[in-house]
Design a protein. Structure first.
Length: 369
């Protein structure tokens, strides 16, 4: 999933050291000039970790400047001239240990895709074109999801279902199932993390993210932005959340309420005893799941029909290029669905919520079968 803040963005979970997640780090502010320091770029990691993600290595000391300077390969002397630093030996070692930098003979070269304004202008223009090509075929499926939510009296959950469950969830499931994106495995060669890490500039502004957690077979997904992240994190860390999710999976939401990690009470059921958010059962009898899979399938087909490996560069594989392409296409599709009025971002994602009741529209539960 796309799905991690001083400007950390974890797009699947705030902390899953043994699980596959999206981790992102944003610079504090975007400028019109490309920073000559990758620590000020949007750093994205689709990865599985045993220790942590490489973000800290890029952010440490002047490492971001080293990686920016070494994109085409530099000798150590050239790096010292470009980025003076008294701790250069330890910096180069750290970056090599975390596979941000590689050495061939006397040449050090940045070992991740770096997509600056020239590349991103081309890619995002292509993504907009691709989104326009497939968006008409998605409208009936989006309406089917909206109709089901309306029947369930949960229409205000449409944005979270489309973003966190379909675009940022089922799309990645299908890409992994088709082996179109990299597989990840902690090993002796990759002991700290495995996956794909890349840097992007300019940064897309004000993107939501998705956090998820839950016991085997049932997952709660939370759509978040900065104004609501703290409150949702408290819910994610609620001691009784796992037991409540197991109860929800059995179809029982009666009198369901829990105290979060900040000792705030969340009422998760309606007065009629129904769940106060969608519960999606992952089988073809579930209208939301079926329509969501069709949407995800059309996005995946579009990704596989296009080749961005040459544009992305950075020694990327075809699978890594598909990953980066899909990441951008999802945002283009969401933007177009919003512009066409098929979905509207909840105001709470921009303004925050004085009460936890308004945050319920950012939640949904998926039950795997």
């Amino acid at each position: 999933m796309i799905a991690g803040k001083p400007k950390y963005v974890v797009l699947v979970s705030l902390a899953f050291l043994a699980g596959a997640s999206w981790f992102r780090m944003f610079a504090q502010e975007a400028t019109t000039t490309e920073p000559r320091d990758l620590s000020k770029w949007d750093l994205i990691c689709y990865c599985i970790t045993s220790v942590g993600t490489p973000h800290f290595a890029v952010k440490a000391d002047t490492n971001g400047r080293i990686l920016y300077a070494a994109q085409k390969g530099l000798t150590r002397k050239q790096i010292e001239e470009a980025v003076p630093s008294p701790a250069l030996t330890s910096q180069l070692g750290l970056l090599r240990d975390w596979r941000m930098l590689k050495r061939t003979g006397d040449i050090y070269t940045t070992n991740i895709p770096v997509l600056g304004p020239e590349k991103m202008d081309q890619m995002r223009a292509r993504m907009t074109e691709m989104a326009r090509g497939i968006e008409p075929s998605l409208r009936a499926e989006v309406r089917a999801i909206a109709d089901q939510l309306q029947k369930d009296q949960l229409s205000d959950h449409l944005y979270s279902v489309l973003f966190s469950y379909v675009l940022d969830g089922l799309t990645w499931d299908q890409l992994r199932a088709s082996k179109a994106i990299p597989e990840m495995k902690i090993s002796a060669d990759h002991p700290f993390w495995d996956g794909t890490f890349w840097a992007v500039y300019p940064i897309r502004a004000a993107q939501p993210g998705t956090n998820s957690t839950g016991p085997d077979g049932v997952t709660i997904l939370m759509t978040w932005t900065d104004p609501v992240l703290g409150q949702l994190t408290d819910l994610e860390n609620a001691p009784a959340l796992e037991a409540s999710l197991k109860q929800i999976a059995k179809g029982d939401c009666r009198n369901l309420s829990i105290d979060d990690a900040a000792h705030t009470r969340w009422n998760l059921s309606t007065e009629e005893g129904k769940c106060a958010f969608p519960v999606i059962h992952e089988n073809e009898n579930d209208a939301i799941y079926a329509a969501g899979r069709r949407i995800a399938g059309k996005i995946v087909d579009s990704v596989l029909q296009n080749d961005f490996q040459t544009l992305i560069g950075g020694g990327s594989t075809a699978e890594q290029a598909h990953l980066i392409e899909a990441h951008e296409l999802i945002w283009s599709v969401l933007d177009l669905l919003e512009k066409d009025g098929l979905v509207r971002e909840p105001a709470v994602l921009r303004n925050g919520a004085p009460s936890h009741g308004r945050l319920l529209q950012l939640l949904l539960v998926a039950v795997q079968h």
